[in-house]
Design a protein around this ligand. Sequence first.
Ligand code: F6R
Length: 599
Amino acid sequence: MCGIIGYYGQHPASKILIDGLKRLEYRGYDSSGLCLVEDNKLVCYKQAGPVTYLEGAIAHQDLKGHIGIAHTRWATHGAPNEINAHPHFDCHHQIAIVHNGIIENYQALKQLLSSEGHVFTSETDSEVLAHLIEKFYTGSLEEAVIKALALIEGSYGLVALHVNENKLVAARRSSPLVIGIGQGETFIASDVPAILNHTKDVVYLEDGDLAIIDEGGYQIKNLAGEPLDRRVEEVKLNIDQIEKKGYKHFMLKEIFEQPQSLVNVLAGRITNNQIKLSLNWHREAIERIIIAACGTSWHSALIGKYLLEEIVGLPVEVDYASEFRYRHPLVNNHDLFIAISQSGETADTLAALREAKNHGAQSLGIVNVVGSTVAREVDSGIYLHAGPEIGVASTKAFTAQITALLLLAFYWRQEMGYKIDESILSELRHLPAVVEKTLKANGQVIELARRFMNFEHFLYLGRGLNFPVALEGALKLKEISYIHAEGYPAAEIKHGPIALIDDNMPVVVLATKNDLSDKILSNIQEIKARGGQVIAIVDQDYEVVKKLADYLISVPPVHVWFSPVINVIPLQLLAYYIADAKGLDVDKPRNLAKSVTVE
Ligand code: F6R
């Protein structure tokens, strides 16, 4: 949430900063700003709206500064306008800061600083950082930042500069920062894509780290000022992985990348009909599984519950990470806590993980972003290797998460001494090809999207493993097309939602063949009897539903365990094509950001 980039080097910083911000816009795009040091002055620009507005504002300026910081914002405290855009300043415009995170005690600090004569210009929590640094500044930015941070409650990824010092000072607590090491230049950013054009050698800062970037390169210290040694890592990502490659939107590209992302998540993990995972766990000690996640990842967690309970035979509890962390959960060392997160940086998921670990639970992460905080804090993990997901609406991470959960369930069962049916393993191996086939039939979805784009409400229904898929379909539609949509377990509609059904309420029903098919048929009949319009997701050969439903989307038949991966694809496409037909900015839906690093 919010993107930060800082630069120290030989080149004019402004273009590097703007290009970096564009790559970070998935983290927020309410407003943006940058600040350079030029001739012992701060030269700063801010704009409400996306980074292109900022780019336009500086287009005809001759900006020469070689040291600078920039920020793209997702508003937490204060409206998304120019005044609240970062960087923020001290009273004398000598110190500039960019900040990601939330300063929880900002009101008390603001009061204190105001009583001491500091004048605030924005409504943000972040501005207190600039004034606190000013309060403690006696000639060393580094010392002032350390003293300021000692008073801060909350989270920060912070980069600061002072007009009289040729350096950047950065610090991290619960909000990621990565240093990029170039030839005679150093970068700092909230995520690797911002600097990937320039370098692949990076150092991830840990919580409690302070970084000083200057002409000597970089140094990392703790908040007592003592030097720390952090490993330089080589990023495996390529620049073309973070380009649109001819697709209109990242979301569409990522939907169509799913065959490849599933190949990646399976790669090297099925050999000789054996699932191979390397987990650092005490399996025999585990009596219960707890999964916590947010949003789309929470939907995968629900699917994980069905799969793990059935395949492994242990009880599984699924929690919203934001609820788990505050409900004094009863957790002990016989629990396995699974954190599912595409970004590995979601604040609530991270806090839930820490809470579970504090209670003695073993931990496992299902994470996409390599080197992210969740990935680094779990006892063991399964990386998705799905490649960067840039579209704000999660798609390929979802299907990769389900596939990782399938791998975990089968691996676990195998470790318990059971053999996994060859036919099941074969279906798992062929899942990417079936996804490919499903995607090829997108024409049927485009047509339906045109027909239904002006409806204001949708219901999504599914049962069993496909109930979370219904939730996911509804989430995709609402977040990118702003159409109200609800997902329900199909049988639940009789307990209230059926009252909503009339011919203005399209109902998307996941009706692929499985043990619950007869029940789904009855649910469809109940909807039809009330004049509802049914769009059914069906297996190609499922004649009964074909006769009942008004509109059909056919998908290839698969074993029910694999059906969420296949069935969600037309729902992702439906949401995408509706939002696109409405002319909306699919990759940057209003009010959202990709990585939710505040609670
Ligand atoms: C929805 C979406 C969000 C994320 C949620 C968790 O399309 O992307 O609901 O799934 O913010 O994010 P991660 O998985 O990064 O923890």
